[in-house]
Design a protein around this ligand. Structure first.
Ligand SMILES: [Zn+2]
Length: 283
């Protein structure tokens, strides 16, 4: 697979690290525009906007880290400056710190692994609890809608905008299997195809278990935003530059323009009906 599609020779060579000290609009950060789930058994509903072979595949070091504010442990994914090479050579010229952390290569647990990044149209995320931020009464805080799917109640956060989806090798393999089976992962007007990105916890006998992410076909009804999405898809920022850290801010369109009240209402109404499950279960 041609992993790094585009030459990035024009980019500056020293801008690979993002500076958290800078004051910036948090809503534009890469993290805020990436599909994430805080709890197990939550899921996001989305369409792929990028074909399988147009996604970015770059190597990242999984570096054990601690959140300085909460003290919680997490795995920081650090772009490998040495292994990520485009047709024009190294994408980022700076030295790769995790590659030279003083641990011999065969003992290193942070050896770089491939992670894949795609543009998706994120319709919304189904949470297990209501929005905790509601307590803060911030004006931009969304009241998530309570919906029932089958035997379970969720709180649905409406997103309706392009977002980044980052996949591990294992999850990507399952997407590749879908692509092979269906011929594409993209949704077309003839064959709409929506997906769910699910977080779950697999407890294996003999091990501690682990959080895993799966991609499943979705039968949840979603608003038709194919026209809006088709207009912006060619102008979305380059995935390889986002992976390399040379793009750190994203200004993405929200579908349902405030100036078009009627359309926005229709979209909201359509989203209300997202809970409709096809009776026949056919796919
Ligand atoms: Zn490295």
């Amino acid at each position: 697979m041609p992993i790094i599609q585009n030459s990035v020779a024009q980019q500056s060579s020293s801008s690979s690290s993002s500076s958290y000290g800078d004051f910036k609009d948090i809503s534009k950060t890469i993290w805020k525009n990436t599909v994430t789930m805080r709890e197990n058994n939550e899921f996001a509903v989305f369409d792929f906007l990028t074909a399988l072979d147009q996604g970015d595949g770059s190597y990242f070091h999984p570096v054990p880290s601690k959140n300085p504010r909460t003290g919680n442990s997490f795995t920081q994914q650090v772009y490998c400056n040495e292994k990520n090479i485009s047709l024009d050579g190294r994408v980022v010229e700076a030295d790769c710190d995790p590659c030279h952390d003083g641990v011999s290569a065969d003992k290193r647990t942070t050896y770089p692994r491939m992670r894949y990044t795609y543009w998706v149209l994120h319709y919304g995320t189904y949470h297990l609890d209501s929005n905790a931020d509601l307590q803060a009464q911030k004006p931009w805080t969304q009241d998530w809608k309570q919906v029932t799917l089958g035997k379970q109640t969720f709180f649905r956060e409406s997103v309706l905008k392009p977002q980044l989806l980052v996949l591990s090798q294992r999850t990507w393999d399952s997407v590749q299997a879908i692509d092979t089976r269906k011929g594409t992962i993209l949704s077309t007007s003839e064959v709409p195809s929506h997906f769910e990105f699910r977080r779950s916890f697999a407890s294996n006998a003999g091990s501690r278990g682990m959080v895993s992410y799966d991609i499943l076909a979705s039968d949840i009804s979603v608003p038709d935003l194919s026209e809006e999405a088709s207009k912006i898809v060619a102008d979305l920022p380059k995935l390889d530059q986002i992976a390399a850290g040379s793009i750190t801010e994203l200004d993405l369109p929200q579908f349902g323009s405030p100036s078009v009240v009627k359309e926005q209402k229709d979209t909201a109404d359509a989203f209300e009906r997202m809970a409709n499950i096809k009776e026949d279960g056919e796919f």
